[in-house]
Design a protein around this ligand. Structure first.
Ligand SMILES: Cc1cc2nc3c(=O)[nH]c(=O)nc-3n(C[C@H](O)[C@H](O)[C@H](O)COP(=O)(O)OP(=O)(O)OC[C@H]3O[C@@H](n4cnc5c(N)ncnc54)[C@H](O)[C@@H]3O)c2cc1C
Length: 431
């Protein structure tokens, strides 16, 4: 690595993989048939598999790469239980009852995840730390004030404003103009969480096989015949859990998700005192920009983990690192002398209505499109999807009601992304 600001042991792997290297899936052979085949071994796929194995269905999970290689071990570890559109927008689209149901279910998902981690005793540094939403302009601060004052009746949550003059209690930066704390938001170590899910799914009897790319789906007398890079498999039920990595295997789903790269860096470890001074309450942080940045301290409290999108086009994380670091330094100029130890990226999946979707199309089950909030929503909707596949009464979800939209001529390659990013960057500058 040529950059002088990179540490000697600089790595292009996600920070989390240092403590939780990608697990070996061994030489497990692909079985000839299975009750349920799940494509994708992230949170969606594993939560779905946990349900189907528990119900006694022989379940096989495959991943084209190492297990958990996708976003589920690359993310920022910030847990929100929020969806992008607000109550007013959702009411306009679907009416107030549906708007209420969608937001309430996302909040339920957050509680559900906390309970799940507790009950299953998953060791993943889960912290109920709260979030600081930092206002990038005085106008955005006023909007946060209005949001806290006018919470939708029945959907209130514990939120409070932090005035600009009190901002230092949350962040050692003069970049922002005050902000808002949301108490319910949490943090975890995403790779440890994924590792816990893997153990549970394996203990439940799921066969989980890495380096096995599904390449073609055909209908068969009993369900599906799926060709893979390691032979073919007959499956009664098929689940697509590929989110931002959805490819030509399932074109209907591919045409409905927009893969967007999100980029992260980690600083080399600092002293505990120095790191704690940056964010004295150790919350997770995001800001009010459309092209949002997000950051937090690592679970050991020594490194800053900073993420966002700095390039208009998708980029090599090494190429975008200087700009990402510059963004970090705009907020924390005092980190000029701290070197960068890791940078990496991954593809999140957005949707045209900014809502996640789950359901069934031509007999194929899917859940995807978490719009950057997948720790909570991929886990919860993966669980719902498993229950739906089992035909369980309690499996209903507000997220399977809205039409999963695409756009004419869209085939899964978002040509419109670069102009949209440019447009939102401009909006952010003037909002
Ligand atoms: C840098 C970054 C930061 C993020 N930060 C946050 C955050 O702080 N909070 C939050 O809530 N969310 C965050 N996210 C998003 C979150 O991680 C995802 O929404 C979530 O992990 C999605 O889980 P998943 O199981 O649906 O998909 P993934 O974990 O992406 O798994 C999909 C898997 O499908 C596999 N696959 C694809 N095609 C095939 C095929 N044909 N055959 C076999 N396997 C296939 C891929 O190899 C991949 O492993 C972030 C994402 C990134 C990239």
């Amino acid at each position: 690595m040529n950059h002088s600001f990179c540490s000697d042991d600089f790595s292009l792997k996600p920070y989390w993989w240092d403590n939780t290297p990608r697990p070996q899936s061994g030489d497990l052979a692909l079985p000839g048939n299975t009750d349920v085949l799940v494509v994708g071994s992230g949170y969606t796929g594993l939560h779905c598999a946990l349900q189907t194995t528990q119900a006694g269905r022989h379940t096989t999970v495959i991943d084209a790469e190492d297990l958990g290689w996708g976003c589920s071990t690359r993310n920022g570890g910030q847990i929100s239980g929020e969806i992008k559109p607000d109550y007013e927008e959702l009411s306009r689209r679907y009416g107030s009852a549906e708007a209420h149901a969608l937001i309430a279910e996302a909040r339920t998902a957050l509680e559900w995840l906390g309970d799940f981690v507790d009950q299953q005793q998953i060791d993943c540094d889960y912290q109920r730390c709260g979030r600081f939403v930092a206002a990038h302009s005085p106008r955005q601060f006023d909007k946060l004030v209005a949001r806290v004052r006018r919470q939708t009746p029945g959907l209130e949550q514990s939120m409070r404003i932090v005035e600009p003059r009190d901002q230092a209690t949350e962040i050692d930066s003069s970049y922002y103009h005050g902000g808002m704390v949301i108490d319910a938001h949490c943090s975890l170590d995403p790779a440890k969480y994924h590792d816990g899910l893997l153990r549970l799914a394996r203990a439940g009897g799921a066969e989980i096989i890495g380096h096995c790319a599904a390449t073609q789906i055909e209908r068969s007398a009993d369900g599906f015949r799926v060709s893979t890079s390691r032979g073919s498999i007959e499956a009664r039920e098929l689940v697509i859990a590929t989110n931002g990595y959805s490819g030509a295997l399932a074109p209907w789903q591919q045409r409905r998700v927009i893969p967007i790269g999100s980029y992260m860096l980690a600083t080399e470890p600092m002293s505990l005192e120095r790191a704690a001074k940056l964010m004295p309450r150790s919350r997770v942080f995001s800001d009010t920009r459309k092209i949002v940045v997000y950051f937090r301290l690592s679970p050991d409290g020594r490194s800053l983990l900073f993420g966002g999108r700095v390039s208009v086009f998708e980029s090599d994380p090494v190429k975008s690192l200087p700009a990402l670091r510059q963004e970090m330094l705009r907020i924390f100029p005092q980190l000029e002398d701290v070197r960068i130890s890791h940078t990496w990226m991954g593809f999140v999946a957005y949707t045209f209505d900014e809502l996640p979707h789950l359901g069934q199309k031509d007999g194929i089950y899917y859940a995807m499109g978490y719009c950057g909030s997948g720790i909570c929503l991929a886990s919860y909707l993966g669980n719902r999807l498993g229950l739906q596949l089992l035909g369980r009464q309690e499996a209903g979800s507000a997220f399977d009601k809205a039409r999963f939209q695409t756009r004419p001529l869209y085939s899964g390659k978002p040509w419109f992304l670069a102009p949209s990013v440019r447009y939102y960057q401009l909006l952010d500058r003037f909002s």
